[in-house]
Design a protein around this ligand. Sequence first.
Ligand SMILES: Nc1nc2c(c(CN[C@H]3C=C[C@H](O)[C@@H]3O)cn2[C@@H]2O[C@H](COP(=O)(O)O)[C@@H](O)[C@H]2O)c(=O)[nH]1
Length: 290
Amino acid sequence: MSLPDEVRRHVADVAGRARFVTIDRETLDALEPGPIPPQDATRHFHEGEPADVADYVLTLNAINFGSGWFPTLRKRPDSSGYWTIAWALADRFRDRGPWTPAELRGMTAEEVAGVLGQEPGHHLMALYAEALRALGAFLGERRAADVFAAADGSAARLARAVVDGMPFYRDHGLYKRAQILGSDVATFGIGELRDLDELTMFADNLVPHVLRCAGALVYDEDLAAAIDEGDLLPLHRAEHEIRCCAVHAVELLSARTGVPARHLDAWLWDAGQRPEVKARPRHRCRTVFY
Ligand SMILES: Nc1nc2c(c(CN[C@H]3C=C[C@H](O)[C@@H]3O)cn2[C@@H]2O[C@H](COP(=O)(O)O)[C@@H](O)[C@H]2O)c(=O)[nH]1
């Protein structure tokens, strides 16, 4: 079974017996997909040699997590947590190019903090350094382009490779970062992948929040109160139900509209950048998975 199919089966099972989250089918079935946003050429590194852009995509993906800590990060102007990290990394690639696998294997929290403009002692910097050291070990003497080529045109196979190769990708049942990697390889124009439409929605904390704001996901009273209070959720249980129900809801939306889940994800995630959506607290969980 392909990794995305494994996710589809898992989320349908969790959604079918969820205790804290329900999918409001009437609201979901009334949703009409919106536009996919254009690429951001300032805050993403698109302009380099293809091999360097490939290194950027994999390096960014390896640290594309930390949303549970984002309120404690120093943000760049008009930029969310993700965009702060993506932009700072893009500037590092502009100034000094990619890290070599050997440099990645020797990565320190101090160096990452320096690149990202954060406090060296911030816990997330230690996690990012650990993630980048694991990337360096996973690469060996390869470059990202070699990893993408080894996937032989399959986003599902690429996802399985990073899950097997790096512990921080083992977001079992959802595999958010492993799946968005293939989508980003396509988005950045650095590889042809033939099974992109097989990917599921990328289970972060923002897309479920957009669905909740739209009324398509309904949380039980205590869970909603905890989230609205800004409480950190423990990994799994209610947090896992939120992400699974969101992925399942997007699968239902994709089946009805014919729009691939990864495109629905891009529309919903972009909608989540709107101030009125950001003004309402979304769920926060301190994990390396998203
Ligand atoms: N579901 C989904 N989650 C996504 C993305 C992105 C950005 N990627 C796209 C952007 C342009 C390219 O097209 C990339 O594909 C980041 N995240 C997650 O969001 C969270 C942070 O959010 P905020 O606190 O607002 O920065 C964090 O867990 C981060 O991992 C996405 O696209 N979908």
